[in-house]
Design a protein around this ligand. Structure first.
Ligand code: 9L3
Ligand code: MG
Length: 150
């Protein structure tokens, strides 16, 4: 418990330090519907092509992380999402840090379409561990399973 508290505080401090240092933040969306999360198959770069990710991309200047999630889901999936809680902690990636946000489809929003990916699939808690995720997203598998379990 005390070690856990220290670890939690260390994580919060590390995240604040990275924010001050201006590290590029990339957001990823854990879009949940009917106890399944949306996985999207990347087409680029070559080393990530064919692997599955939680859709998202870089936060732009002046944009909140939630704004970026909404914009990326419009661009990549052609639909409107509502952002819920953050999932997991900062994940280090080549581009900077990756932060996952849970989200759900807005009322009346159309189902997602693969506008920039080569495929989409809804993945249940039981299926999450077996998906061929991009390396960064593999780190949130346990959190995804928890999120999807009732
Ligand atoms: N990235 C990794 N996992 C993810 C996402 C959305 C992004 N779930 C990495 C891949 C790229 C960088 O972040 O190196 C920027 O993402 P994008 O703009 O190519 O989607
Ligand atoms: Mg993207």
């Amino acid at each position: 418990p005390f070690r856990r508290l220290l670890a939690t505080r260390a994580t919060v401090l590390a995240e604040a330090a990275r924010a001050l240092a201006g590290a590029q933040v990339v957001v990823a969306t854990a879009l949940v519907r009917d106890a399944a999360v949306l996985a999207a198959r990347r087409t680029r770069p070559p080393e990530l092509a064919g692997l599955w990710e939680l859709p998202g991309g870089r936060v732009e200047a002046g944009e909140s992380e939630a704004d970026a999630v909404v914009r990326e889901c419009r661009e990549e999936l052609g639909t409107d999402v509502v952002v819920d809680a953050r999932l997991g902690t900062d994940l280090r990636i080549d581009a900077g840090v990756l932060r996952v946000h849970a989200a759900h489809l807005a009322d009346g929003a159309p189902g997602p379409r693969a506008l920039e990916h080569s495929g989409l699939r809804w993945v249940t808690a039981a299926e999450v561990p077996g998906v061929d995720w991009v390396p960064a997203d593999r780190a949130v598998v346990a959190d995804l399973v928890d999120l999807l379990r009732p």
